[in-house]
Design a protein around this ligand. Structure first.
Ligand code: ADP
Ligand code: ZN
Length: 524
């Protein structure tokens, strides 16, 4: 996100005086010039790319009214407050306010005393409101989160779908649609539903080159995260967990480690959440352990790392959450702890959904996330590819690029695991099978008589994580299934036979243990 200094641009004075910026970010000037020329625009910029300026600056500089359609009341209010603090006449109208409040704003609108009006899509479509709109000197309609217009987007909202009718009422007014996520189908759909006329399309790169993407096998997640954070030496970061309980447990553990950490989730009191957010922004809190509820309104440039304790449900979510790191452009890291059995669990939850369309979309989105986690190619290429940004060169700044997986003849390793699963009669889960392989002296093994098995201790020379990585690959290759209906017991498939009998050789990826994150787990 480079900034270009263009003192000659007619708007650079407003840019400096009102916003305090020294130049435009990539794309902003093109979009603003398009508005000045009266053209429609479709703006695709990543989160944090600076979309709001594209309509705020033309609005401030004009003497007419710019209407911004936005889906979230809290977001509208944040923007309105920020603008008012800069001395800009901005207001919001939504169905969550009293009729007195709404009347006062209407009065100001009548007097043309407002430059920027934020409205919810419901409000924008009310006949009373649209009649008024036709009388006011509207000079631009900006539609934020425009992907909500399209059924192809990941967050379709029916009232957004009807916004095209506004265009018919205001044929002379330029429309600007803005979004941070839209694949090609969604883009085309947005343009057609809004009846955009030959729009100027600006598509910024979604790459965040300063973020290093790292995926690590998840085996002892709490310990992995604690070790990781201990090495960050007070840097600012966010850890996303899949449940409130995990959030609280981990925040507590980090406290014990002497880390300035706090928990954040939707079940906490509003005041506490505010405190955490404020403490984080002011660097009083170093690490926020949170559910996805922690997102909106984090405008903190120096977040150095984002950890995913659990795999997100979509690449969009992963991208948005990791995107909170490194907004200042300095090096930052996104660490995903990935466990294929988490993925199996999420797939089963998705499959339970009654609504078939929704289920299909979610399955599709999660499958993409899963291949990002399990893939053996450059993470950034996969990520950008998902957003239809194609490149040839691997990035050099992800775990795969920095330490490419090596293939080896894994036949013997595979045979050890497969025969061990067979010896425990396909009735035990991954950790137990590995304990037998490594010759654990645990009481449970003794009670079960598993030290007597011929496979006991045949894998003692390798770590627990090593065998975890091998076993997960066997699952991935279809030689073993993990039966999630039965506590995750491992069972052999037909394909396992050939490998067990030595009829075929098996190439495996060399386990990449503790590449960036943790020290090996010591034997039990
Ligand atoms: P988006 O809506 O695309 O997610 P925002 O409009 O909220 O992004 O902008 C992200 C951040 O970038 C904000 O903190 C904003 O103040 C800052 N920003 C936007 N444009 C510029 C600019 N030209 N120069 C410096 N900072 C900018
Ligand atoms: Zn890479």
């Amino acid at each position: 996100m480079g900034v270009s200094v263009l003192p000659s641009h007619p708007l650079s004075k407003v840019l400096a005086e009102v916003f305090g910026y020294t130049g435009f970010r990539e794309g902003q000037q093109q979009v603003i010039d398009a508005v000045a020329a009266g053209r429609d625009a479709l703006v695709l910029m990543p989160t944090g790319g600076g979309k709001s300026l594209c309509y705020q600056l033309p609005a401030i500089q004009s003497d007419g009214l710019t209407v911004v359609i936005s889906p979230l009341i809290s977001l509208m209010q944040d923007q309105v407050e920020a603008l008012q603090a800069m001395g800009v006449a901005a207001a919001a109208l939504h169905n969550g306010m009293s009729s007195e409040e709404a009347a006062a704003i209407s009065q100001q609108l009548q007097e043309n005393a407002i430059r920027l009006l934020y409205v919810s899509p419901e409000r924008a479509l009310q006949p009373y409101f649209t009649r008024q709109l036709q009388q006011w000197p509207v000079q631009l309609i900006a539609i934020d989160e425009a992907h909500c217009i399209s059924q192809w987007g990941h967050d379709f909202r029916p009232e957004y779908g009807q916004l095209g009718s506004l265009r018919e009422m205001l044929p002379q007014v330029p429309f600007m649609a803005l979004t941070a996520t839209a694949d090609a189908a969604t883009q085309a759909d947005i343009a057609s539903r809004l009846h955009l006329h030959d729009p100027v399309i600006y598509k910024g790169s979604f790459d965040r080159p300063n973020i290093r993407y790292v995926v690590e096998d998840k085996y002892k997640p709490q310990k992995q995260v604690r070790d990781y954070i201990a090495r960050q030496r007070g840097a600012s970061g966010i850890v996303y967990c899949g449940s409130r309980k995990k959030v609280e447990d981990l925040a507590e553990k980090l406290h014990q480690d002497g880390i300035k950490a706090a928990a954040y989730h939707a079940g906490l009191d509003h005041k506490i959440r505010e405190q955490v957010l404020r403490g984080f922004v002011r660097d009083d809190i170093d690490v926020v352990v949170a559910t996805v509820a922690f997102g909106m309104g984090i405008n903190k440039p120096n977040v150095r790392f984002v950890v995913h304790f659990d795999v997100p449900r979509s690449v969009e979510a992963y991208y948005q959450e990791t995107g909170r790191a490194g907004r200042d452009g300095l090096p930052a890291e996104a660490l995903l702890l990935y466990d294929p059995s988490d993925a199996a669990w999420i797939r089963s939850i998705i499959n339970e959904q009654a609504d078939e369309d929704r289920r299909r979309v979610e399955q599709h989105k999660f499958a993409a996330m899963q291949s990002l986690g399990e893939g053996q190619t450059c993470r950034r290429l996969m990520l950008l590819n998902y957003f239809n940004e194609y490149r040839d060169n691997a990035c050099g700044n992800c775990d795969i690029c920095l330490d490419p997986p090596r293939q080896y003849d894994g036949t013997v390793d595979a045979q050890k695991v497969l025969s061990c699963i067979y010896r425990v009669e396909q009735r035990f889960g991954m950790n137990h099978v590995i304990d037998v392989l490594r010759g654990s002296k645990s009481q449970r093994l003794t009670e079960l008589g598993h030290q007597q098995l011929s496979t006991y201790g045949i894998g003692a020379e390798q770590s627990h994580e090593y065998w975890l990585a091998v076993t997960r690959q066997l699952i991935h290759r279809g030689l073993v299934v993990q039966n999630i209906q039965q506590y995750g017991v491992l069972q052999l498939t037909q394909a396992a036979r050939q490998v067990l009998k030595g009829e075929v050789a098996l190439q495996l990826a060399e386990p990449r243990i503790n590449l960036v994150v943790s020290k090996p787990r010591v034997a039990d």
